[in-house]
Design a protein around this ligand. Structure first.
Ligand code: FUC
Length: 819
């Protein structure tokens, strides 16, 4: 008590922190304490750390992108092939329950259900005598990708800064003080890895070494090594068996390097000791400030491409956790800007070229057995992670996901052959670092064969944004293989005679009519996915002038896919039969894949389906798991309803635990399923972009879904398909004032705007006529939907827009201003 009082009395000024109105910082007035979801994430795509900012015991919980249980393995169930005919027959006869029982025995794996992404452990720094502190502050500056903690003990101020260096591949933390000789602490490791050995070396390094666990019959083969070296300015350091003791330093810089023996999904022949030491040796001599500047420059190369300003209010002066609490009852548009940019920060930090794709938790996980193994759920979650990549100008960061698709096209080739007797390649609803492509979890979830069709469209998307034909040629065999699987796997429906996938399911949802079985034939989402993968394979082959006969087959078969159905409640049917329950509020609304990420449903081209999709969304409700709400922001944006999209952002930016029966957001702005899943962060960043710009409906549409609350703002750097970049865009009172668009590959720019525009240099714009001639904006026509005679269909109520055609030249920018 006395000491506390004394500290208070001798503190001359009580520093009161608050945020500048437009700062891109997450900041707090208190340490994380025990909750991992209060800690702040840093990462360089290879290493991730959660920095707690606890005063007397700082924790950096560490992850490395390749640290997974098990080793190269396969998990196919070869019994599938012999039972395929009977399963199909039962489903066509309406005996879905029986089909599911058999599928559980013959399709679901008897081996691994996927391996687990695991933590390395935590570096712990203990500061004796720092129990009582004042002036506490910590933040994560997402403009710099640096986190900071500062506080005072008595009259001495301490600061810690940390980042995960992009160019240098190590994590660094620097401890400073305003009074020389006052930095003393003990460094040690804790780890949930049961086989890990922690020790110090004669060179006064603190090391951790181990091998990951065996899991579900697969031997743990990933060996890892972590090395910590501390560089002191003044003071002394001694090493005990398992700890380093620093005493009386003026400053200390802690370098953390971690590596594993993982080389590729089929090779664990690397040398973790050599790699971990090599990363450290390369940078140890460099100064903190040099490392910090090159880190920030490398980060900002990506981050600075997009700047968003939605305005700010007095609400932005409060710490992040308070703003989160207040968000639904105040006007805080700058909080949306932070959340938006945080999505980009998280993608840059968890997904770098040459590294692993961002998993269910990005690269941040402290659990030895994480929820859903922290792996890749490819019936939605992993795709969602990459929705912001192209349009928020982070195309290079799409690469790890595209690599994963490439690997799956190899492992999944054997699955297609062995389990289904089909050519090409396929994957079920999950995969992991070993690119397992068998069916897992149980038939209710696992008997889904559309992952090849969906994931490989990311390759097509990457091409659509850049127009890079060399890239397209390099991935064409993967698109072709994904299509070839469906060519062989589609069967004729005995009643409707359409070509359908059987066994099939609409991810994770089982209609009441099927007594708890999800199995069915020709579900809407799968039909849409097969339509899309056929369509982009056809286009790619035509561009590359290849495979005429195969393309003809795809065209013939595409004509025979089932059309979409509008059911008795006016809803888009999830299944071929009209069995949707309007009270079903399942988190997966897979059949709206056709609205987003696909563009088969559009307010302008398919008004009836627009109306049906809207009815379905209303039936399903708003509040749901985090990722589901993130998807809904995109859907409402595509339905051109900015206010409803904003309502979903509000639902998502609600402290976890307050949305009844749903997810929300943690104090560190991680998305809550709950538990933490990063997909919702990425989904919402994508959705906010879709509110401001879309390039899905044969035109580039700016301000398609602006909510009433964002009447004035600006954004730079968004990308659209066909190589267009919105260099900058400003709007005021909900009116587009100016837009500058750069064309990187030329072609007609068909621009849809909310108010009349003219060329900035003078000269009027030409109103669009006929079909858009730009080849990137050719949207495939879908068959007319089947409409139930009972369905009530409200025509879309759309705001008036103007559409112009601007012929562009590669490399030129075009400035338009309001008339
Ligand atoms: C799917 C979803 C769950 C969860 C899991 C990781 O199975 O249905 O909600 O997101 O993936």
């Amino acid at each position: 008590m006395k000491k506390g009082l004394l500290v208070f009395l001798i503190m001359p000024v009580f520093v009161c922190f608050s945020q500048n109105k437009n700062d891109l910082k997450l900041w707090y007035k208190q340490p994380s304490g025990k909750a991992w979801e209060n800690a702040l994430p840093i990462g360089n795509g290879r290493l991730g750390a959660m920095v707690y900012g606890n005063v007397e015991k700082e924790t950096l919980q560490l992850n490395e992108h390749t640290l997974w249980t098990g080793g190269p393995n396969r998990n196919d169930n070869p019994l599938a092939l012999d039972s395929l005919a009977i399963i199909r027959q039962l489903i066509f006869e309406g005996k879905q329950k029986k089909a599911q029982e058999i599928a559980n025995r013959v399709i679901i794996t008897k081996k691994s259900h996927g391996q687990m992404f695991q933590p390395v452990g935590s570096l712990q720094l203990s500061f004796d005598g720092h129990e009582n502190y004042t002036n506490y502050y910590r933040d994560l500056d997402i403009e710099k990708a640096v986190t900071k903690t500062s506080y005072s003990v008595g009259s001495v101020s301490y600061t810690r800064e940390a980042f995960a260096s992009f160019p240098d591949r190590v994590i660094v933390m620097r401890l400073t003080t305003d009074k020389p000789g006052t930095i003393s602490f003990t460094a040690s490791f804790t780890t949930p890895q049961s086989q890990a050995v922690v020790r110090t070396t004669s060179a006064k390094e603190l090391t951790i070494a181990g091998t990951t666990m065996d899991h579900e019959g697969v031997k743990g083969l990933v060996k890892f090594k972590g090395i910590v070296r501390i560089k002191l300015e003044g003071g002394t350091m001694t090493a005990n068996d398992t700890t380093l003791l620093v005493n009386g330093a003026n400053a200390a810089t802690i370098y953390i390097s971690v590596a594993t023996n993982f080389i590729n999904y089929d090779n664990v022949g690397g040398d973790e000791n050599k790699m971990a030491a090599a990363y450290l040796d390369k940078v140890y001599a460099r100064s903190w400030s040099a490392m910090r500047s090159s880190h920030i420059a490398a980060y900002q190369k990506y981050f600075n491409r997009v700047k968003l300003d939605l305005g700010s209010t007095a609400a932005s002066r409060f710490p992040t956790d308070e703003r989160l609490k207040n968000f639904n009852s105040t006007d805080d548009p700058q909080f949306v800007t932070i959340y938006y940019q945080y999505g980009r920060y998280l993608l840059i930090s968890s997904s770098q070229p040459g590294g692993q794709a961002a998993n269910l938790q990005g690269i941040w996980n402290d659990k030895i057995r994480p929820p859903w193994d922290s792996k890749y759920t490819i019936n939605i979650n992993a795709e969602m992670n990459y929705w912001p990549a192209e349009k928020t100008n982070l195309a290079e960061l799409h690469e790890p996901f595209l690599q994963m698709v490439k690997h799956l096209s190899v492992t999944g080739g054997q699955t297609a052959r062995d389990m289904y007797g089909a050519r090409g390649w396929m994957a079920h609803h999950n995969t992991d670092i070993w690119r397992a492509s068998g069916a897992v979890d149980g038939a209710l979830w696992g008997v889904w064969s559309a992952a090849g069709g969906w994931t490989s469209q990311h390759l097509w998307e990457h091409y659509q944004y850049s127009g890079n034909k060399t890239f397209l040629a390099s991935v064409y065999p993967i698109l072709k293989g994904a299509s070839a699987f469906y060519v062989d796997f589609l069967v004729e429906h005995p009643v409707y005679h359409w070509l359908v996938i059987n066994p099939d399911m609409s991810p994770e949802n089982a209609p009441a009519a099927h007594q708890g079985s999800s199995l069915d034939a020709g579900t809407t989402m799968t039909n849409q996915i097969v339509f899309d993968i056929f369509s982009c394979t056809i286009k790619a082959a035509e561009i590359l002038k290849k495979d005429a006969a195969f393309i003809d087959t795809l065209k013939q078969m595409r004509k025979r896919l089932p059309p979409m159905h509008i059911g008795q409640h006016g809803q888009l049917q999830e299944w071929l039969e009209d069995i949707d329950d309007p009270k079903d509020n399942h988190r997966h609304i897979s059949h709206l894949y056709g609205l987003f990420p696909s563009n088969q449903i559009s307010p302008y081209r398919t008004p009836e389906l627009y109306s049906a999709a809207r009815t379905t969304l209303i039936h399903r409700g708003d509040v749901s798991t985090g990722w589901s709400m993130g998807w809904k922001v995109n859907w409402w944006a595509r339905l051109l309803d900015g206010n409803h999209a904003y309502k979903l952002i509000q639902n998502q930016l609600t402290p976890v635990g307050t949305n009844e029966g749903g997810g929300g957001t943690y104090n560190n702005l991680f998305d809550a399923h709950p538990p933490f899943q990063i997909d919702g962060n990425f989904g919402c960043t994508s959705g906010i972009t879709e509110m401001l710009m879309q390039s899905a409906n044969s035109d580039l549409h700016v301000l398609p879904a602006l909510p009433d609350g964002w009447r004035t703002g600006s954004i730079t750097g968004l990308r659209a398909i066909g190589g267009f970049e919105i260099v900058s865009m400003k709007w005021k009172d909900a009116k587009l004032e100016e837009v500058v668009i750069k064309s990187t590959i030329g072609g007609n720019l068909r621009l849809r705007v909310p108010n009349p525009m003219k060329f900035g240099a003078g000269g009027s714009l030409r109103t669009a006529t006929g079909k858009n001639v730009n080849s990137f904006y050719q949207v495939e026509e879908i068959p007319m939907p089947f409409v139930s005679p009972k369905a009530m269909i409200a025509p879309p109520q759309l705001k008036a827009t103007l559409v112009y055609d601007i012929p562009t030249q590669a490399g030129k920018s075009y400035t338009l201003v309001a008339e």
